[in-house]
Design a protein around this ligand. Structure first.
Ligand code: PLP
Length: 376
């Protein structure tokens, strides 16, 4: 698909304003081709690309919710979404309650006559919890709520929400869908009827995707399946290695048998993804020192790209939350989030090994064979 870098197209006898081909209306050739591909990837009727993941999320929420409505949202969410819910929705007359994604009794307690939607993440950021997705779909249907899921961490390769009964799936396409850390983009995927409504709102809010970014995203999507396969394999090896390391206190990865939601993830997902988080024994300074000592991962706040990335959510993605709220959710200041890339798993593990080795400042790289032995 070539890039059609044009803001508008000749118009002849279009029946409505929405039929006009204009860059902000997200109906340029690049936006249309990409939307069709994204819908196909999640086995949905329709999709819409947006200027960022946050544009996808905020536009979706402001489409399904209006003044006087109430939202149920999972308690542990991406920081930007959490801030939008807590700081901005109120200004539109929309109220919310946070729910434990694993506890249907909690949802029943908090649902109200004016609740319109329920919002969760397939794998939560940064604790990698997998909510009770099947029960959420059933609950939403029974209570006539629109179910929305942020499927960024899983990607359509590992989980396709619409197949499982969710109404809308949203993505930060900046992450796995694009995979190369060079654009910001988002997507909303679902039924034609709902996507029409979100499109209408997006046309007014203006968060549309530029054709060049759409072109790059379209190209990134071509290798999505291959990349995610490698992310899945690498992350499982890295998580198994870390779990056994004596300097580690806790590893959060749904692919580990010790993860509290492992059996659910095994049943529902085609792979466990490339994202994990962990805590080293010790305090924040130990975590920081470790992050200074790794050589292969890039210390950066994003995720889902071909390179391995490392960050401390309390300082980056979740810094907008009050320290007290982070503590209640279980996001400690020393928690490290790790986005495992598609490099050789042996190299990643060898680098982690040298960074975890004792002796301040020593950068002894273990032999690859030794690292391999530790994975097994
Ligand atoms: N959803 C998740 C799970 C994220 O991690 C992020 C960003 O990190 C977003 C949404 C927001 O996406 P964007 O930065 O593309 O606006």
């Amino acid at each position: 698909m070539p890039v059609f870098q044009s803001a508008m197209y000749e118009t002849w006898g279009e029946k409505s304003y929405d039929d006009t081909t204009y860059i902000r209306l997200n109906n340029t050739p690049n936006a249309k081709a990409l939307s069709e591909k994204l819908a196909a990837l999640e086995n949905a009727d329709a999709a819409l690309v947006t200027a960022s993941g946050m544009a996808a999320i905020t536009t979706t929420l402001l489409t399904v919710l209006s003044n006087g409505d109430h939202l149920l949202a999972q308690d542990c969410l991406y920081g930007g979404t959490h801030d939008f819910v807590t700081r901005d929705l109120g200004q539109f007359g929309i109220t919310y309650d946070f729910i434990n994604g694993d506890d249907p009794k909690d949802w029943e307690k908090k649902v109200r006559p004016n609740t319109r939607a329920i919002y969760v993440e397939t794998i939560s950021n940064p604790l990698m919890q997998v909510p009770d997705l099947e029960a959420i779909v059933e609950f939403a249907r029974r209570r006539r709520l629109i179910s929305i899921i942020d499927n960024t961490f899983a990607s359509p390769i590992n989980y396709r929400p619409i197949e499982h009964g969710f109404d809308l799936s949203v993505h930060s396409a900046t992450k796995y869908l694009n995979g190369h850390s060079d654009i910001v983009a988002g997507a909303v995927i679902g039924s034609a009827d709902l996507i029409d409504k979100v499109t209408h709102r997006l046309n007014h809010l203006g968060g549309s995707l530029d054709p060049h970014a759409a072109f790059l995203l379209h190209r990134g999507v071509k290798t999505l399946a291959l990349r995610v396969k490698q992310h899945n394999e690498n992350a499982l090896q890295v998580a198994r290695y870390l779990e056994k390391h004596r300097r580690l206190e806790r590893v959060n990865y749904p692919g580990l048998e010790t993860h509290p939601n492992h059996s659910r993830a095994k049943r529902l997902f085609d792979g466990y993804g490339g994202m994990m988080s962990f805590e080293l024994k010790g305090g924040v300074e130990d975590a920081e020192q470790f992050m200074r000592r790794v050589k292969l991962p890039i210390v950066a706040p994003s995720l889902g790209s071909v390179e391995t990335l490392i960050t401390r959510p309390a300082r980056t993605s979740h810094s907008g939350l009050l320290a007290e709220d982070r503590r209640k959710l279980g996001i400690s200041d020393r928690l490290i989030r790790f986005s495992v890339g598609i490099e050789s798993a042996t190299d990643i593990i060898a680098d982690l090994e040298q960074a975890l080795s004792e002796g301040k400042g020593s950068h002894t790289t273990v032999g690859l064979k030794e690292a391999d032995a530790r994975i097994r």
